[in-house]
Design a protein around this ligand. Structure first.
Ligand SMILES: Nc1ncnc2c1ncn2[C@@H]1O[C@H](COP(=O)(O)OP(=O)(O)OP(=O)(O)O)[C@@H](O)[C@H]1O
Ligand SMILES: [Mg+2]
Length: 254
C-alpha cells in the first residue's frame, strides 16, 4: 500500500481558485480510482456548498481540532471514492486560539497521525489568509499546491508565499514538495500567457503541466452544488481537471 499524500491547496490571495480546485480535482482523482478525502479548512465553508451541501454542516474539522474527535466521526461520503470533512460551525475559533503556544499549529498534523485515514489523497482547502488554519495545513501536509491566477499581482504573491513556506521547513523537519497550478487561465489573453511563461522560468519543475482555463461553466458549478463532471462532463474544464489529476498522480511538472 502506498502512503497517503496530504496536499494543502494554499494561497493567501483570495479568489484564485483554491476551493474550485479542491472540489473538482478531488472528484477527478476519485473518478481516476483514487481514494480522496477533501477537508474544508476555511470557516466560510464554501467547499461543502460546492459539493452540494447547502445547509451549513454542524459537524466538521472544527471538532477534530478543538475536541479531538476522530476524523471518521465527521467525514461524510460525497462522491464515489470521495469523502468530505466540512468546516463545522466553530472553525473560526481555531484561527483565534490564544493558548497552546506552537502546539496550536500542529493540531491537524496530530489528528492526521492519530486517525491515519485510509486514503490515497487528502486535499486541504485553505482560507485566504496566512493565519493558524493555514499554518496547520502546512504542518500536516506533505505537499502544497499553489493556484496562481493569471494576473500580475498573483505572480508577486507566489514568490512571497514560497518564501514563507521555506521558513516552515526547519520547524516541520521534513521537506515540503511544492507545486504551482496555473488557474483561471485565459487562453487568448497575452497577460495570462506571459504569467505562465514567468512561472515556468522562475519555478522550474514545480508548475503542473495542465493550466485550469477560465470557463464560465466552472463558475456556475457551486450554485448548482455540482462538480464540472456532473455539470458539463464533456467541457474543456472537465478535460482540464482530468489532466490535472494525472499530472498530480504522475508528478508531471514542467
Ligand atoms: N477556472 C475558473 N473559471 C471560471 N471561474 C472560476 C475559475 N476558478 C474559480 N472561478 C470562480 O472564481 C471565484 C473564486 O474561486 P474560488 O472560490 O475557487 O477561489 P478561492 O481561492 O477558494 O477563494 P477564497 O480565497 O475566497 O476561498 C468563484 O466564483 C469561482 O466559481
Ligand atoms: Mg475558497
Amino acid at each position: 500500500m502506498t502512503a497517503v499524500r496530504c496536499i494543502a491547496v494554499i494561497n493567501q490571495k483570495g479568489g484564485v481558485g483554491k476551493t474550485t480546485i479542491v472540489a473538482n480535482l478531488g472528484h477527478a482523482l476519485g473518478l481516476a480510482g483514487k481514494r480522496v478525502m477533501v477537508v474544508d479548512l476555511d470557516p466560510q465553508g464554501q467547499l461543502s456548498t460546492s459539493l452540494g451541501i447547502f445547509r451549513p454542516p454542524v459537524h466538521g474539522i472544527d471538532e477534530v481540532l478543538l475536541e479531538q474527535k476522530p476524523l471518521e466521526a465527521v467525514a461524510v461520503h460525497t462522491r464515489e471514492n470521495m469523502t468530505l470533512v466540512p468546516a463545522g460551525r466553530r472553525l473560526m475559533e481555531v484561527e483565534h486560539l490564544n493558548d497552546g503556544g506552537t502546539a496550536r499549529a500542529w493540531l491537524l498534523d496530530k489528528a492526521m497521525k492519530r486517525d491515519a485515514p485510509e486514503q490515497d489523497f487528502v486535499l486541504f482547502d485553505c482560507p485566504p489568509a496566512s493565519g493558524l488554519l493555514s499554518a496547520n495545513a502546512v504542518m500536516a501536509a506533505d505537499e502544497v499546491l499553489i493556484p496562481v491566477s493569471g494576473d500580475y499581482l498573483a505572480l508577486n504573491g507566489v514568490a512571497h508565499l514560497l518564501a514563507t513556506l521555506k521558513k516552515f521547513e526547519p520547524i516541520r523537519r521534513r521537506a515540503l514538495q511544492q507545486w504551482v497550478v496555473v488557474s483561471r487561465f485565459h487562453t487568448r489573453r497575452r497577460l495570462s500567457r506571459e504569467i505562465r511563461e514567468k512561472l515556468l522560468k522562475h519555478f522550474p519543475q514545480k508548475v503542473l503541466a495542465t493550466p485550469v482555463r477560465e470557463v464560465a461553466a466552472l463558475a456556475e458549478c457551486p450554485a448548482a452544488g455540482r462538480t464540472i463532471f456532473e455539470y458539463r462532463r464533456s467541457s474543456n474544464s472537465a478535460q482540464d481537471f482530468y489532466q490535472l489529476a494525472q499530472d498530480l498522480i504522475e508528478r508531471r511538472a514542467i
